[in-house]
Ligand binder design. Structure first.
Ligand code: AMP
Length: 274
């Protein structure tokens, strides 16, 4: 596995790659969720490139940029073991510049849900993903449905800006008890981790209610809130279509149910796609 830390070296190596390139951008502290994306890329492409970069522009003032988990050594070992071809770990100065051009998230879809709670977050996400796409020039890029809004906005950016890359959505990987895997789960104390399970429980319950024929989103949200409220400081429970607009009735294959909330100091998000 090649480990590359600067853009120029990456460009030289990239110029000599023949065949299909699959790309998985990450912020490191790799877990089984990330690994599922990497494995999928390895099956579907000739070459798999992973990036690890804790992107400062997507963290808002007061968020956990400084204490975001960093596990460089362990991540390198994991990538090597699983058969990543290139691990790109750029330094901040090699890809961000003075007074640089900015990408803006769309005014509607970028400012609901996560974008309403974290205004400007998706500007930073799209900025870095655009840069990474231009550097890596992948044929396919793999993103988790766990970050539903991020995935949808990246699909929109690729569509709106005619970027020649195919976005591959990947299912959310969970712990045995249902908790969605996340680099931030390590912040949870054992007690908080127990409480955090309410999120996947509420989503699962909503899924079951829909299977039993309940389509009214108000009823579904009320039931979810009743499960969540004792354990989670709820930020939102929303039921939206794939354009992230709220809906009154569940539409098969066009619905996402999302939850965001805090357990102690740790902010968690999760969702299911119907
Ligand atoms: P991150 O390192 O958190 O920026 O995540 C990198 C990529 O992994 C993103 O596309 C995430 O959506 C995806 N990802 C994170 N957690 C999971 C999970 N539990 N299951 C599947 N994909 C995930």
């Amino acid at each position: 596995m090649l480990i590359i830390k600067d853009f120029e070296q990456f460009q030289k190596v990239r110029a000599n790659i023949d065949g299909r390139v699959g790309f998985i951008p990450t912020m490191g502290a790799l877990h089984r969720g990330h690994l599922s994306l990497i494995k999928k890329s390895k099956i579907e492409n000739d070459f798999t490139i992973v990036s690890i970069f804790v992107n400062p522009t997507q963290f808002l003032e007061g968020e956990d940029l400084d204490k975001y988990p960093r596990k460089e050594e362990a991540d390198i070992t994991i990538c090597e073991k699983i058969g990543v071809d290139i691990l790109f770990m750029p330094t901040i100065n090699s890809i961000y510049f003075e007074d640089e051009l900015k990408i803006s998230a769309p005014a509607k879809a970028g400012y609901v849900l996560e974008g309403a709670k974290r205004p400007g977050h998706f500007d930073g996400v799209l900025q870095i993903v655009m840069k990474l796409f231009n550097i890596v020039r992948p044929d396919r890029a793999y993103f988790g449905k766990k970050d539903a809004q991020q995935l949808i906005l990246i699909q929109k950016m690729v569509h709106d800006m005619f970027i020649p890359v195919k976005i591959i959505p990947c299912n959310t990987i969970r712990e045995h008890d249902g908790l969605a895997m996340s680099s931030r789960n390590i912040y949870l104390s054992p007690k908080e981790r127990q409480k955090a399970l309410s999120i996947s429980k509420a989503l699962k319950r909503a899924g079951k209610m829909i299977m039993s024929g309940i389509k009214d989103t108000k009823t579904l949200k009320e039931e979810m809130i009743s499960i969540l409220q004792k354990d989670i400081k709820i930020e939102y429970v929303e039921i939206v279509n794939r354009s992230l607009e709220p809906i009154d009735k569940i539409i098969e294959d066009d619905t996402i149910i999302l939850v965001a909330g805090k357990v102690g100091e740790t902010r968690l998000i999760d969702n299911i796609w119907i």
